[in-house]
Every structure is written in C-alpha cells, then in structure tokens.
Design a protein. Structure first.
Length: 243
C-alpha cells in the first residue's frame, strides 16, 4: 500500500510542472498546417484519459465522485505547437461525478476550466455482466464519452469509446481497457499562418490502458494506470469515493 501511495504521488508530482505551465498558450504562435494533426492527436489523447478505473458497473443508485489526472510523457513527433512552446510532459486534471442507473447503466459528467481551456464532457457505461463483488469475478463494460472544448485560439470536440475488463477483490482490482479517440479541431486564430483560420482537422486513434485500483478504506479508492494513446505513452491517476 505504501508503494502504491508513493507511485501515485510520483505521477502527480511529475504532472505538476505540466499543469503549472501554459501548455496551449503557444497555439496561435506556432500552429501551421503540418502540426495541426499531431496536435489534435495529442489533445484527443488527453481528453480521452482517466474516464474509467474498473470494469464493474456502479449498480442502481451507486455513485462515484473524485479527482482525475491524465497525462502524456511527451508530445507526438510533428506536434510543433507544443514542442516549440517548451512543453514536455503535459496533462489535464478533472473533476468527475458518476451515478448508477437501472439496467446496468452508469452515467457520468466531468469537466475542467484551466489554462485557457474550458472542457465539459460526459458519457455512459453499460455493464455486460451484473455488478459483483465476489473475489476475482470478471467484470466487463462498454464506455462511451464525449467532450466539448473551447480555447481562445481553437475549439474541439471529442468522442471516445472503450471496452473495459477488471477482476480482483473488493480491495485490489487490476483493469484493462482498449478503445479509440475521435477528435475534431477547428482553428480560431493562427498568427503564424492566418490562412488557417477556420481550418478543420479530424483524427481517429487507438487507446490502450492497464491499471490498478485499490481501496485503502471502505469507500475510498486510488487508481493508477499506464496508457498508450495514438502510440504515445502516458499515465492516469485518480482519487475518490465510491458507493
């Protein structure tokens, strides 16, 4: 348990410099035609991060609320918008609230307003199996999520879907996820190339997640995961309460 706390703290500390810097402030200065798609992939990878930490549906009237952070260790090759702005590791924090609905369906909302970005999102999950806390009972769900993004220099929309599997004990549960991110970006302002104003770019990329959730107390959990989004390594972490 102490080791997991240490790893979680390390992830959050590594994310702190990224969260403290103005990650997207250089968009208008460095955006050109060649960098739009790599930037859109990186943005989609962050937007699709940290949307789940279990393959178990909440169950009717259950709820989950917590803080999340999803990050990427380095911008994609060709993403000169972030690279020329001095961005290395970058991340986004989230507040996420979930509620269990009938018929093994969960609904959730999430959002953040940070560094000039305003993001609102939400989604649904459907459990393929009935929720169970039996040790090592397999749990599988399908999760979909969408986001709307507004920034001074660009706007974006994101849609993602994942198939999630988990199995373990009520205290300790590894989980796996596989899915995709579809991201559409619209340029609002490019000082480097004004002809790009109004330009649109759409990307469709894969996402894979391997993580671990632990419950140090009855209703409190910690989660930590490695992600591979559009071929780029990253990490996710979460802390919350779940009933």
């Amino acid at each position: 348990m102490r080791s997991l706390f240490a790893v979680l703290c390390a992830v959050l500390l590594c994310a702190s410099p990224a969260l403290a810097s103005d990650q997207y402030g250089g968009f208008s200065t460095y955006a050109d035609a060649a960098s739009l798609k790599p930037f859109t992939r990186d943005l989609g990878g962050i937007l699709g991060a940290a949307t789940f930490h279990s393959g178990r549906a909440l169950g009717f009237s259950g709820f989950d609320i917590g803080a999340r952070v999803g990050g990427q260790f380095y911008p994609s090759k060709g993403d000169q918008i972030l690279r020329k702005n001095g961005v290395r590791a970058f991340a986004l924090p989230w507040v996420q609230a979930e509620i269990g609905l009938p018929f093994k369906i969960d609904g959730f909302i999430r959002g953040v307003s940070y560094q000039g970005l305003t993001v609102a999102g939400g989604g649904l999950r459907y459990g393929l199996y009935s929720p169970s806390d039996k040790p090592w009972a397999p749990q599988v769900l399908v999760s979909v999520v969408g986001h709307s993004v507004v920034h001074e220099d660009f706007s974006a929309s994101h849609f993602g879907a994942n198939l999630v599997f988990s199995s373990g004990t009520p205290r300790f549960a590894p989980y796996l996820g596989a899915g995709f991110d579809r991201t559409r970006l619209v340029v609002r302002s490019s000082k480097l190339d004004p002809s790009l104003d109004g330009a649109e770019v759409t990307t469709l990329e894969s996402r894979f997640t391997a993580g671990l959730r632990v419950k140090p107390y009855q209703f409190t959990y910690l989660s930590l995961a490695y992600t591979l989004a559009h071929g780029q390594s990253g990490a996710e972490a979460g802390l919350g309460v779940r009933f």
